[in-house]
Design a protein around this ligand. Structure first.
Ligand code: WTA
Length: 658
C-alpha cells in the first residue's frame, strides 16, 4: 500500500504518572469508559455540567446532512456570560483572571469582576456602534487585556470576531476584512515587541485606504483604537479611541442568549493553495470541548493553579486555550505581551518564577530554541512551581520532550503533547496527566469522546505498527462548521478524500505503535519517497535532534536521479556545542552516520547543511516547501508568510557557499 508511511524511529521510554499526581488527578479512567458506552450522552453531560444554558438543549447531534454538523442546536447560551458573569455570581469575582505582564515589565492584575465589568462596557460600546448578532468584527491587537475584552464583548453580542495576528500586513487585513465583510476593526496604536513599539494602526489605515473607488463597497464603518504604545497616529473620521468610548459607556449590560450554533468566530488559516481559508466555529459545542479539554488535559485546579499558554490570540491556540477554555473554567492565567527573549533570554522563566506558574503550554519550536541557547538560562530561575507541561503545534521530538520535562519540569512534571488544528477547534489527541503513561514524542490517545483513526488511501485502518493518514472518524463538538462563504471548498478539502465515508482528513501522517498509541509524522504533503519508501519528516528530524550537537533540524525530499527523492537535512547546532562541532572535520558525515544508526541506512540524508536559522511561519511552523526549493537548486518561492523574510537569503547563501 503506497500510502503507508514507513515507521522507523524506535523510542521506548515511558514515564508513568507519580502516585501523588495520579491520586489528585482531575481526569479519571471512567471518562473513557463512559464515552465509549454512549458517546453522545457523554458529550451532552459535559455540555450540561461545564456550561450554563439559558435554554437547555434536547438534541445533542444532528448529522443528517454531513459534513454539516449541528451540536446542541435547540439550546441557547451566551458564551461571554459563561466565561465571566457566572463566576462573579458564584462568588469568585475576586479571583484573578489575568496576570498581565507587559514586555517592559509593567503589569496589571485583572480579576473576574474587573474583566466582567470591562466586557459589559465594551459590549455597550460595540452595540452603540451598530454591532449586533451575526455582524463581523476584525480584531488586530497586541497581547493586552483589551484583546481578551474585545473578543468577549463581540461574543457577548452574538457577533462574530475575526482576529488577525498582529504581525500580519495591510494586505492580509484587507483580504480578511473583505472576505468576512467586517463592519468594525479594533486595533491599537502599537504594542511592545522585541524592545520597541511595533505599530498596528498604520497597517489598518493602509488596508482601509487600499479600497479606492473600485471593488466592493467599504464595509468598515469604524475603527476603535486602544492606546498602548503612545505612538503618533493618523486620525480619520471613522476612528475612535477605545478609552474614550469606554468611559462614556453604560456599565451595565445584560447578556442575551443565542442559539448554540450561532457563529462565534472566523479564523483564517493558510491552505496549500494561496487563499487563506476562513475557518468557522460556533458557540455551544466549541465552548464545551474547549472547557472539557482544558480541564482534563491541564488537570485544572482553578483555586490554586496559575496557568500560562504562550500562544498569541491571533492563533487558534490563543482562542481556545487563552480565552475560551480557561475563562469558561474560571482559571487564573498569565498573559504576556512580548517576545520570549526581550529584554533578556530568560524572560519567560522569570515570568514563571514571578507568578509561580503551575501549568505551562507552549510550542516545540520555542522549546527547541531554548535548547539551542542551553539550560543555564532557565536554571537561573526558580521553576519549582511548575507541575504540568503541554506542547502543541508540531510534532515534538523525543529529545525536546525530554529536555522540556527535565529542565523546565524538574524531572517530574508530566508532559502532554496535544494534537489538534484550527479546524478541530480544541484538543483531539493527548495523554491525560495522572492517567496515561507518557511516551516522549507521541501524542498518544484520543481524548474521551473523540474517535480518530489512522488509515490507508482507501480509508481502511492500517493496524498497529503501521503508518498512514490521520482521520477523525466521527463528528465532534468543536469541529469547524465550514469555510466562511465556501461550502464546496469545505467539503473538498476535508471530507471527500475517502468517498462518502465522511471521514475528516486532517492532512497529517501518523503511525500507531504496538500499544495503538498515535505518533504524528508531519504533514502528508511533506512526506518523502526514497527508493519507494515513504519516510516522514518528523522521524528523521527527531533522529537528528537526538544527536548532542543538534538544536533543531528540518528535512525535505529533493529530486534524486537514483532514488527518486533523497533526504536533505538542514541542521542548527546548539550554542554550547559550536566549538566542539567546529573541531569535527566532517560534521555532515557524523550526522549522516548518526541517522543511519538511529533509523536505518534508507533514512540517511544525502546532504546535511549546517545553518543558523530555519524558515518558519509566524506561528512557528517550519516551511519545508522553501527548503525544498533550496535543496533542488530552484529559485525560492513565495516567502511572504515567513516570520522573518530574510532567513531564506541567509540559508541560500549558506548552502551555495558549501
Ligand atoms: C500540527 C494548532 C504534531 C499538525 C493547534 C496540524 C501537531 C497542524 C501537533 C495544525 C502535535 C499541531 N503533534 N503535529 N501535538 N499539534 N500539529 O491549525 O500538522 O495552527 O495539522 O493548529 O499543526 O496547526 P494549527
Amino acid at each position: 500500500m503506497n500510502t503507508q508511511i514507513d515507521n522507523l524511529l524506535h523510542e521506548y521510554r515511558k514515564f508513568p504518572p507519580s502516585e501523588e499526581f495520579a491520586r489528585n488527578a482531575v481526569a479519571t479512567t471512567e471518562l473513557y469508559e463512559e464515552a465509549k458506552a454512549d458517546r453522545l450522552e457523554f458529550w451532552a453531560r459535559q455540555a450540561r455540567e461545564l456550561l450554563d444554558w439559558e435554554t437547555p438543549f434536547t438534541r445533542t447531534l444532528d448529522w443528517s446532512n454531513p459534513p454539516f454538523a449541528k451540536w446542541f442546536d435547540d439550546g441557547r447560551l451566551n458564551v461571554a456570560y459563561n466565561c465571566l458573569d457566572r463566576h462573579v455570581e458564584a462568588g469568585n469575582g475576586d479571583r484573578v483572571a489575568l496576570h498581565w505582564e507587559g514586555e517592559q515589565g509593567d503589569s496589571r492584575t485583572v480579576t473576574y469582576a474587573d474583566l466582567t465589568a470591562e466586557v459589559k462596557r465594551a459590549a455597550n460600546v460595540l452595540s452603540g456602534l451598530g454591532i449586533g448578532e451575526g455582524d463581523r468584527v476584525a480584531i488586530y491587537l497586541p497581547m493586552i487585556p483589551e484583546a481578551v475584552v474585545a473578543m468577549l464583548a463581540v461574543a457577548r453580542l452574538g457577533a462574530v470576531h475575526s482576529v488577525i495576528f498582529g504581525g500580519f500586513s495591510a494586505d492580509s487585513i484587507r483580504s480578511r476584512v473583505d472576505d468576512a465583510s467586517a463592519k468594525l476593526v479594533i486595533t491599537a496604536d502599537g504594542g511592545w515587541r522585541k524592545g520597541k513599539v511595533s505599530a498596528l494602526k498604520p497597517a489598518v489605515d493602509a488596508a482601509l485606504q487600499a479600497r479606492g473607488d473600485l471593488g466592493p463597497q467599504e464595509t468598515v464603518t469604524n475603527v476603535l483604537v486602544v492606546k498602548r504604545g503612545e505612538n503618533e497616529i493618523d486620525w480619520t473620521d471613522r476612528d475612535l479611541w477605545w478609552h474614550e468610548e469606554m468611559a462614556k459607556a453604560e456599565p451595565e449590560h445584560v447578556a442575551q442568549s443565542f442559539p448554540a450554533e450561532n457563529p462565534l468566530f472566523i479564523l483564517y488559516t493558510s491552505g496549500t493553495t494561496g487563499k487563506p481559508k476562513g475557518i468557522l466555529h460556533t458557540s455551544g459545542g466549541y465552548l464545551t470541548q474547549c472547557a472539557f479539554t482544558h480541564k482534563i488535559v491541564f488537570d485544572l485546579k482553578p483555586e490554586s493553579d496559575v496557568y500560562w499558554c504562550t500562544a498569541d490570540i491571533g492563533w487558534v491556540t490563543g482562542h481556545s486555550y487563552v480565552v475560551y477554555g480557561p475563562l469558561a473554567n474560571g482559571a487564573s492565567q498569565v498573559l504576556y505581551e512580548g517576545t520570549p527573549d526581550t529584554p533578556h533570554p530568560g524572560r519567560w522563566w522569570e515570568i514563571i518564577e514571578k507568578y509561580k506558574v503551575t501549568t505551562f503550554y507552549t510550542a516545540p519550536t520555542a522549546i527547541r530554541s531554548f535548547m539551542k541557547l542551553g539550560r543555564k538560562i532557565p536554571k537561573q530561575f526558580d521553576l519549582s512551581s511548575v507541575r504540568l507541561l503541554g506542547s502543541v503545534g508540531e510534532p515534538i521530538n523525543p529529545e525536546a520532550w525530554m529536555w522540556y520535562r527535565k529542565v523546565i519540569g524538574g524531572k517530574a512534571a508530566p508532559v502532554v503533547d496535544t494534537w489538534w488544528q484550527t479546524e478541530t477547534g480544541a484538543i483531539m489527541i493527548s495523554a491525560l496527566p495522572g492517567i496515561t503513561e507518557t511516551k516522549p514524542g507521541s501524542a498518544q490517545v484520543p481524548i474521551p469522546g473523540i474517535n480518530v483513526d489512522v488509515v490507508d488511501d482507501d480509508g481502511h485502518h492500517v493496524g498497529t505498527g503501521n503508518g498512514g493518514l490521520l482521520v477523525v472518524a466521527e463528528p465532534w463538538p468543536s469541529m469547524l462548521r465550514g469555510i466562511w462563504g465556501d461550502p464546496e471548498r469545505f467539503k473538498e478539502t476535508y471530507w471527500e478524500k475517502f468517498g462518502d465515508k465522511h471521514l475528516y482528513f486532517a492532512g497529517d501522517g501518523a503511525r500507531l505503535d504496538h500499544d495503538s498509541d498515535i505518533w504524528l509524522l508531519g504533514r502528508v504533503d511533506d512526506v518523502m519517497n526514497v527508493s519507494g519508501h515513504r519516510l516522514s519528516t518528523a522521524e528523521i528530524e527527531s533522529a537528528l535532534v537526538a544527536h548532542p550537537f543538534t538544536a533543531e533540524a528540518a528535512v525535505v525530499g529533493a529530486h534524486d536521479d537514483t532514488t527518486g527523492q533523497a533526504v536533505v537535512a538542514f541542521v542548527i547546532i546548539k550554542e554550547s556545542m559550536l566549538e566542539e562541532s567546529a573541531a569535527v572535520e566532517d560534521i555532515a558525515a557524523v550526522l549522516r552516520a548518526h541517522v543511519g544508526e538511529q533509523i536505518g541506512p534508507i533514512a540517511r540524508p544525502r546532504d546535511v547543511f549546517i545553518v543558523n536559522e530555519l524558515p518558519k511561519t509566524r506561528s512557528g511552523k517550519i516551511m519545508r516547501r522553501l527548503l525544498r526549493d533550496v535543496a533542488e537548486g530552484r529559485e525560492v518561492g513565495d516567502t511572504t508568510t515567513l516570520a522573518d523574510t530574510t532567513v531564506m537569503q541567509i540559508i541560500t547563501g549558506q548552502v551555495t557557499a558549501k
